[in-house]
Design a binder for this molecule. Structure first.
Ligand code: ATR
Length: 274
């Protein structure tokens, strides 16, 4: 029987995950298919019931469900527990197990470029599920300090607590209080959906220079406002599709228990922009 996989989230129309995973299935001649399934914020329980009914083999989880999904899982890996969020789920006869492939997916392009995280000064915009994976990644790599800016202060505070718990010097600043900040940051990261609709990134270009790394987890459009700001000052750029590829490769390997066809998956992502 054909195995079915999915990505759940909202918005989901823009998702490249179906292209990536279906290309991988084709490359290895696997009898599997992958669909995008829109589940609005308050309909997660109902949506999961529907997925169980069609005997979904596994699924990815994206905005806004990465944290909420934890309540519905029967078990999780260590990274999900530490991060408090899952982005990859397996289904074995109705038993759901969560994994987090975001943290390694986020780190992959930093490691590939041999960039130094140790002692770095980081500005992180956002405080959702992806932000939690990112803060754990930086804590594990011994960053010096992380400054969190988020629309909802309470959620930012939770992230600040998580960072501190892991021994990372962390602070939360509101967007209003952040204006006029004159620091330069080694890393400026967007972990929100801002940019998907070509919004202006609400943080000044003056905070980065040619020694900074600018990393946007939004992958469509490729050139978000933050990426453009990074290019204006000749910063090192890391594109959202790079994290997407890293987490997708790991999700595939969890579901299939075999090595993912990296080149075919990368080609599928880049083809998705043409
Ligand atoms: P995920 O778990 O997939 O990361 P999430 O938990 O909904 O998704 O987190 C999304 C992040 O993007 C949050 O930091 C959210 O800010 P709030 O904590 O204030 O909700 C941020 N975000 C989403 N849309 C935004 C917008 N239009 N302006 C500012 N921040 C936004």
């Amino acid at each position: 029987m054909t195995k079915t996989f999915a990505v759940i989230g909202d918005p989901i129309d823009h998702s490249l995950s179906p292209n990536i995973h279906n290309s991988a299935f084709r490359e290895l001649d696997l009898d599997c298919t992958y669909i995008a399934y829109k589940i609005p914020k308050n309909e997660l329980s109902y949506g999961l019931d529907a997925l169980k009914k069609i005997k979904i083999s596994g699924f990815n989880v994206t905005i806004p469900h990465k944290i909420d999904i934890m309540k519905f899982l029967d078990g999780t890996d260590e990274d999900s527990k530490l991060i408090g969020a899952s982005n990859t789920v397996t289904n074995q006869n109705g038993v759901l197990t969560g994994y987090n492939t975001d943290m390694q997916g986020f780190l992959d392009p930093i490691i590939q470029r041999e960039l130094d995280i140790k002692n770095s000064n980081i500005l992180l915009y956002g405080a959702g599920g992806a932000a939690r994976a990112i803060i754990v990644a930086f804590a594990k790599q011994n960053a010096k300090k992380i400054t969190i800016v988020n629309r909802t202060i309470e959620k930012g505070k939770e992230l600040e607590e998580l960072g501190k718990k892991l021994g990372l010097n962390s602070e939360i600043i509101s967007l209003e209080n952040f204006e006029g900040n004159k620091n330069k940051y080694d890393f400026v990261i967007n972990s929100t959906s801002i940019g998907m609709k070509n919004e202006i990134f609400p943080i000044s270009q003056d905070l980065i220079d040619e020694n900074s790394v600018v990393y946007d987890i939004v992958y469509k459009p490729i050139n978000t406002d933050l990426i453009k700001k990074g290019k204006n000052v000749n910063a090192t750029i890391i594109y959202g599709y790079e994290m997407l590829l890293g987490q997708a490769v790991r999700s595939f390997e969890i579901w299939m228990d075999k090595k993912a066809p990296y080149s075919a998956m990368k080609k599928a992502i880049l083809g998705g922009f043409s």
